[in-house]
Design a protein around this ligand. Structure first.
Ligand code: ADP
Ligand code: MG
Length: 677
């Protein structure tokens, strides 16, 4: 029977991947509140967060400055004021004089004596017991309230199977059993060492981190083992064949970094095991030619190569560039996208199925509705972070039922530090292009208030007069495509008016694919000098003569997106600039993003700052949903535990395979699919 659709907090749990009892049991508190003790008011100091109990003596609403509810609470001979700026009439009624209240909050020295603002309040009796453990505070959200989480986790803890799976003597000495560690972390006893719990150095935390790292090591070993049983075609090319001829025909030589990654890829293609490799390189690093060489190697060996891009525009770019490079060598390229329908599509499909098409470029349409490759040897996925796991798997399984799997090459301009990459994607090899092609002049980035638009227009005029080209990117307006379009259309009209004699084009998501391609072709050929666009040009567009990028409402873009957009200029030898226009006032995060853009052009540094600015809070969703396999351990900090886990994993797999499987299932459960991609 299909599951009933979930709603409210249950849906939020599901979204975070908190589905099984064990998932909830492994959802650990961020911190704790100590409600186990009552502190007499006389013994409490200002600045401390304390819990105390007292009788309501007075209850009144004050309206002098801001309307607020004031309670006067008596504890022994001492008095405390409680202030509530937000309250319900029912609360005022319930907290009537004579009521005994248990309150918890930060004590302050106020103008009228000691006070607490918005403490947590509970009506109690003289003999209401105190809890015998600290109260957990879980990562919560508006959709997933704290009280609800406490309830479902407490009940999951009663059911979850937390028995020891590891053979005796294999857990690092000094660490508690898993059940003990989990229960302790959810409900530590009064007086537990809070500092060690908070910085996660406590043995209970160490145990969880160890188990998590072990699960990661095991899953990687399992994935590697599974891949070892797969067969892929051996793709090799002789010294005078296609790849060598392509290199000879290029107008420039490869950089050392490009050469190195090509060697890494070619070595993989020559093996009988399918390659599973990520090629990363900052925007403009020159990944396309590397892909072309991999394709040429594949085709030389008599197999087909497919290249999948996230948008039609980008696929079109690749198509043009690859055809320009490969057609003179006699390679037949097919073009498969969603907008290609009818006869043309049928003809392309026939070419793909017969094997006549040697290179197939397109969007994800190529893995939909029954495209059958005759001899797919290599699948390349550009900007792989844009695709889901499922799509990557589908591409790999495009020859389902066959004994042979294609090699897989993923490309990304969003840099992932090496250690992180290995935990994000199990069993992934990484090649990095770490230097840009020579002769690039660094992009100068300027931040201007929108009021300085006329200066920017003057600058555009200069660039165009010097034979250069300009992008003007309009922002997302509250994610509304219609408004987006209006904005871009208006800017297009405005620039056309103030730049007489200059060809200004307009590109947005609503244009038909053919029209988009036509606009791009005009811009690429230089006939169009200024291109006003929505973010459809974000990834991959390559026009080396473009020297100025103007981004309107830059404060609305994410840092990674700004970096991608800026990467559209500075792709040739011409000195390039990026102008970030903003509308005041700027929020702090917006300010920090713009500052980061001015201070660095290094994609790795940008990625690091992005994490800093967005903070772990925003990352939580993604992390919990399985994008990252490590929630607790920190590869830098927990190296000793990682080494132990690395040692133990092979032994466990060899000698206790069932325990190893159970351990992986416990930790990764629903994320198992993720491990394959
Ligand atoms: P990305 O890594 O962002 O996909 P591209 O492959 O689009 O980058 O390359 C960016 C630009 O650099 C293109 O115009 C490309 O032709 C050029 N390029 C690539 N490799 C070299 C090289 N070795 N020397 C000079 N220019 C190069
Ligand atoms: Mg690219």
């Amino acid at each position: 029977m299909p599951e009933a659709p979930k709603s409210g907090p249950a849906k939020a749990l599901d979204k975070l991947g908190l589905r099984r009892d064990i998932d909830l049991a492994l959802h650990l508190p961020l911190r704790y509140e100590d409600e186990t003790r009552l502190v007499p008011l006389a013994a409490a100091r200002a600045g401390e967060t304390v819990q105390l109990q007292g009788l309501v003596r007075e209850n009144r609403i004050e309206t002098r400055s801001r309307r607020q509810l004031i309670l006067r609470l008596q504890d022994g001979h001492d008095e405390l004021l409680l202030r509530f700026l937000h309250f319900y009439p029912a609360q005022q009624k319930a907290w009537a004089p004579g009521t005994l209240l248990r309150v918890r909050g930060e004590l302050r020295d106020g103008f009228f004596g000691r006070e607490m603002v918005h403490p947590a309040v509970r009506i109690v009796a003289e003999d209401t017991p105190l809890p015998d453990a600290l109260t957990p505070v879980y990562p919560a959200s508006a959709q997933l309230p704290q009280a609800y989480l406490r309830k479902v986790i407490a009940s999951a803890l009663r059911r979850a199977h937390l028995g020891e799976l590891l053979p005796p003597g294999q857990v690092p000495t000094g660490l508690p059993a898993l059940r003990e560690a989990v229960l302790y972390l959810h409900h530590p006893p009064p007086g537990a060492p809070l500092a060690a719990l908070e910085d996660r150095s406590h043995p209970a935390w160490q145990r969880l981190k160890f188990d998590e790292l072990l699960a990661q090591q095991l899953s990687q070993a399992l994935a590697r083992e599974a891949r070892a049983h797969l067969r892929a075609p051996v793709l090799q090319a002789g010294p005078d064949e296609l790849p060598a001829r392509l290199r000879a025909a290029l107008p420039w030589g490869l950089t050392e970094a490009q050469d190195r990654v090509v060697q890494e890829i070619v070595a993989d293609l020559g093996r009988t095991q399918p390659m599973n490799r990520l090629l990363q390189g900052d925007v403009g690093a020159g990944k396309t030619v590397v892909a072309a060489l991999a394709a040429a190697t594949t085709i030389a060996a008599g197999w087909q190569c497919a290249l999948m891009a996230p948008t039609e525009l980008l696929a079109e770019q690749h198509f043009r560039k690859l055809v320009q490079w490969l057609a003179p060598l006699g390679i037949t390229t097919a073009w498969l996208t969603g907008s290609r329908r009818g006869k043309g599509r049928q003809a392309m499909l026939a070419q793909v199925e017969s094997g006549e098409a040697q290179l197939i470029v397109g969007t994800q349409a190529m893995i939909q509705d029954g495209v059958a490759f005759a001899r797919l040897g290599l699948a390349i996925v550009d900007e792989q972070h844009r695709f889901g796991v499922a799509q990557r798997l589908a591409l790999r399984q495009a020859r389902e039922g066959e004994a042979i799997e294609p090699h897989l090459l993923m490309m990304s301009a969003t840099p992932i530090p090496r250690t992180l990459a290995m935990t994000y994607y199990a069993d992934l090899d990484v090649s990095t292009i770490d230097t840009l092609p020579p002769g690039r002049t660094p992009i100068v980035t300027k931040v201007f208030a929108d009021t300085r638009r006329p200066e920017v227009v003057a600058r555009i005029r200069d660039e165009v007069a010097a034979g250069k080209q300009v992008y003007w990117v309009c922002p997302l307006i509250e994610e509304s495509e219609t408004l987006d379009l209006k904005n871009a259309t208006e800017t297009h009209a405005e620039l056309s008016a103030v730049l007489p004699g200059v060809t200004v084009g307009l590109l947005h998501g609503r244009l038909a694919a053919a029209d988009k391609a036509a606009v791009m072709a005009l811009f690429a050929s230089g006939e169009m000098a200024v291109l006003v666009a929505t973010t459809v040009i974000e990834v991959g567009v390559d026009v080396p003569n473009a020297s100025l990028m103007v981004i309107e409402h830059a404060e609305r873009f994410g840092l990674a997106q700004l970096h991608q957009l800026r990467g559209r200029v500075g792709r040739g030898a011409v000195a390039s600039a990026c102008v970030l226009l903003y509308t005041a006032p700027l929020a702090d995060a917006g300010k920090a993003r713009l500052r980061a853009m001015v201070e660095t052009t290094d994609g790795f540094e940008i990625a690091r700052r992005d994490l800093d600015i967005r903070g772990p809070g925003e990352f939580l969703g993604a992390r919990q949903s399985g994008d990252a396999l490590l929630r607790f351990a920190d590869l830098a900090e927990d190296d000793a535990l990682l080494q132990r886990a690395r040692q133990l994993a092979p032994t466990l797999l060899r000698e206790h395979p069932a325990a190893a499987q159970a351990h992986v299932a416990r930790w990764l459960g629903s994320k198992a699919e993720f491990l394959k991609a």
